[in-house]
Design a protein around this ligand. Sequence first.
Ligand code: NAP
Length: 293
Amino acid sequence: MSSLPSIAIIGPGAIGGTVAAWLSRSPAIGDLTLCARTPVLALRVDTPQGLIKTRPAMITDPAEAGVVDWVLIATKTYDAAATALWLARLVGPATRVAVLQNGVEHVERFTPWVPVGQIVPVVVEIPAERSAPGVIRQRRDGWLKAPAGSDGEAFAALFPGSALVVSTDDDWISVAWRKLAVNCAGAVSALTGKPAGVVSRPEAADLMRGLVQECLAVGRAEGATLPDDLPDQIVAQSRAGPADSVNSLLADRIAGRPMEWDARNGVIARKGQALGIATPLNATAAALLSAME
Ligand SMILES: NC(=O)c1ccc[n+]([C@@H]2O[C@H](COP(=O)([O-])OP(=O)(O)OC[C@H]3O[C@@H](n4cnc5c(N)ncnc54)[C@H](OP(=O)(O)O)[C@@H]3O)[C@@H](O)[C@H]2O)c1
């Protein structure tokens, strides 16, 4: 038994698999276990720094799991409830649970199963896709950000030697809302069924600005610091990127998979309603995307 922290990753998909591959090289961790729904016998992750091949321990039955020091949750947001059986076995009183997902509800999403003080929310910016179980391409360099404080610092300390930039931020809420602003704008692509180049059309760019403007208003009311020109920044970034780029919402729609519309657009409408802030565009986007599933 190692005295270094043991880690279980629930959901070894694009993000969970990429993070597992980098952790497999970390001298700062002990046992690493993948908790999978579909078996992943080996990881083959093509990163900007080269190919990482590794075979972490893998289990598919929560009954085989025991308490660990760290749980990293990397399922899609809509699969949160499905992690409950894993969490019941993996989480003890000293376990910390890092949530590596999109959106701004990392903590709320898991409070039914994990004490709030044990949850470490993490914003993920790692462009990665998987073509088969365990076969992943990390397209560009990536980063993970946790809130400042001892838990966030302990999370970052798991990754020495990794090419992923893992850090903390004392204004984590602004980091999370800024990422949400980019993600909510992605609904334009998913709704039109067109890759990022659709934003060259003025009416698509206006819709994107409107979605982000609502996110800005709700995010500020929730305590985030966001610049006035965020809508224009996001349109400009989309226009500057590859016109054929397909965001994950559109990729999921094309593949007939469920979509993270609630974590990306529904959340803005839900929080806006609670705060008395009008969010008709995000509410409509969420309703249309949910109807497409
Ligand atoms: N990919 C990116 O570029 C990217 C970038 C930034 C943020 N994110 C966010 O990161 C999160 C993860 O996304 P992803 O792209 O990694 O998704 P993904 O490739 O679909 O991976 C999700 C994984 O969770 C597994 N899973 C689902 N339910 C499970 C359960 N009950 N027990 C164990 N495993 C379970 C899935 O199993 P199966 O193999 O059976 O499907 C899959 O391996 C999302 O919130 C996403 O928005 C992704």
